[in-house]
Design a protein around this ligand. Sequence first.
Ligand SMILES: [Zn+2]
Length: 266
Amino acid sequence: MIINILLMFVLGLVLGSFYCKIGTRLPLKQKLFTPSKCESCGHILKYNEKIPLLSYIFQHGKCNECHQRIPAIYPMFEFITGVLFVITYIVFKDFYNANLTILFALSFISSLLIIMVTDIRYMLIPNKLLLVSTLFTVSLKIILEVKNEVHKSFMDVGYALVIMSIYALIMFLIMYIIKKLGELIFRKDALGGGDVKMMAFVSAIVGYKLSIVIVFLGSFIALPFSIINSYRKNDALLPFGPYLAIATIILFLCNVSFDSLLEFIN
Ligand SMILES: [Zn+2]
């Protein structure tokens, strides 16, 4: 148990570092498997400068070559990914077909984490990222449900795929209407096109009812930050995607369904 938790944490650290790389390179259409460089001086990082979390600590948060500060968001993101991997393992380890359940959960959470990186960094969520995330996570969900004997025939699987597409479409339309209303009322882009498509992806996995709860929870989490932002008279738009991703991860790891939420309120 302790060994597994430790392994999940290390896996999370390593993949967290890789997700940072995907999230910062994909929108710029840069190759993924070229050497990492210091963002300030372009110094190519040696293997001992690329150890997740530890390199940052040993180098006191500075580049070995130019001594410029390395943004603290990178080690923080690696650490958070490690913690989320551990929580995922603890939440789903006793489920039927636990390994596959954990793999599906990690695929969903990992997609959301990479979305957070691209949205924080560039205020956009690439279509390619959403497409690959959807294909990967939906496939794992279907395989898991077949293994769990939720679907017993090809017809069942086809039906489940149609339902997922309808859920995605419903949420796409809801987000699109919110976006258009926001533009009418605030006369500026309140919601990006990426957020609309991202919630369609989330809805395919968790259903549209829970996705609506996620939009409310995400707005609630974003509220203090947006108040601080307007107090500082900062006109820069805040990306909304990360708050939606945080809300999704919280509800997903609490393993709540819309019906259980309703029971909780009653
Ligand atoms: Zn440097």
